[in-house]
Design a protein around this ligand. Structure first.
Ligand code: MN
Length: 284
């Protein structure tokens, strides 16, 4: 199943290039009141309505996918978790390039841990990436995005995929420099997810997906998630040892070699096998 958020906060199911609005299925839950829960309300309730979707679709007039505006498929991720050094070829390119490493040594996640991107960094397929400092290098990092479906804490690798709602394309936009990752990677518009969520049942093995990004038509990064050092299950185990994972939390799983600067006006086209493709522009 392909789940999207579109137009004015409508929730849709995408089938054969058409979008079916299933927002009314969520009416029964009532909108959450203050203090707001630290998770995404749609993803958190999705399990309750899931079995009703097939029966509901025939009553819906489908819209052409090309006629809707796709938004970030999670409206309110409680947190966006990043994996900093998860492909060997990226670690190698970073350690030989001062423009990337700025004097830091890229080692392993056992040593460096994870980082958090602010929820305010969220951007969807309808958005444009803003470069915060015109005189600083800003890079694309294309990554497999994992969307958590159920609250969990201290999950083992064996059980980890039970807590995954689905997968999407993620861009971990990054300013290069000496500051902490939580500063350089958390700018507004730097947490890109989309174009929709492909539910976990449709992805046989998240650790075997081809993916790439091209900028203005030139391929910059091209890899396969089989090269992840901490695979999806391992990342969930590692992250959930430190944080309670909540419905709608996003894990950006790390980036392979080929990170490179983007400039105002550039167009990035990202593709992940089974998850679609997404075009995102850099603001002028
Ligand atoms: Mn990254």
């Amino acid at each position: 199943m392909k789940v999207c958020r579109f137009n004015e906060n409508r929730i849709g199911i995408i089938k054969d290039n058409e979008v079916y609005d299933i927002t009314p299925l969520f009416d029964r839950f009532g909108k959450p009141g203050w203090p707001y829960p630290a998770y995404d309300w749609i993803i958190g309730n999705f399990g309750e309505i899931r079995n009703e979707i097939d029966g509901f679709l025939p009553s819906v007039k489908a819209l052409a996918l090309a006629d809707v505006t796709l938004r970030a498929p999670v409206a309110n991720p409680g947190k966006i978790i990043g994996a900093p050094v998860n492909y060997k070829d990226h670690i190698d390119e970073a350690n030989i390039d001062k423009q990337i490493n700025h004097g830091k040594q890229y080692t392993s996640m056992d040593k460096l841990g994870l980082f958090i991107k602010a929820p305010t960094s969220l951007l969807g397929p309808d958005g444009v990436v803003q470069i915060p400092f015109a005189d600083r290098r800003t890079d694309h990092e294309v990554e497999l995005g994992v969307i958590i479906g159920k609250q969990c804490r201290r999950v083992s690798r064996d059980q980890a995929l039970d807590y995954v709602f689905g997968y999407c394309i993620a861009l971990d936009m990054t300013v290069r420099g000496p500051e902490f990752p939580g500063f350089r990677k958390s700018a507004d518009t730097f947490g890109v997810i989309g174009p929709w969520i492909t539910t976990a049942d449709e992805i046989q093995d998240p650790n075997a997906l081809d993916f790439s990004i091209s900028v203005n038509g030139e391929v910059r990064q091209k890899s396969n998630t089989s090269y992840l050092i901490f695979n999806v299950q391992h990342l969930i185990e590692y992250a959930s040892a430190m944080y309670t994972l909540m419905p709608g939390d996003v894990i950006m799983t790390g980036t392979p070699a080929g990170v490179s600067p983007v400039q105002p006006g550039d167009r990035m086209l990202s593709v992940i096998q089974g998850l679609g493709e997404m075009s995102i522009d850099i603001a002028n």
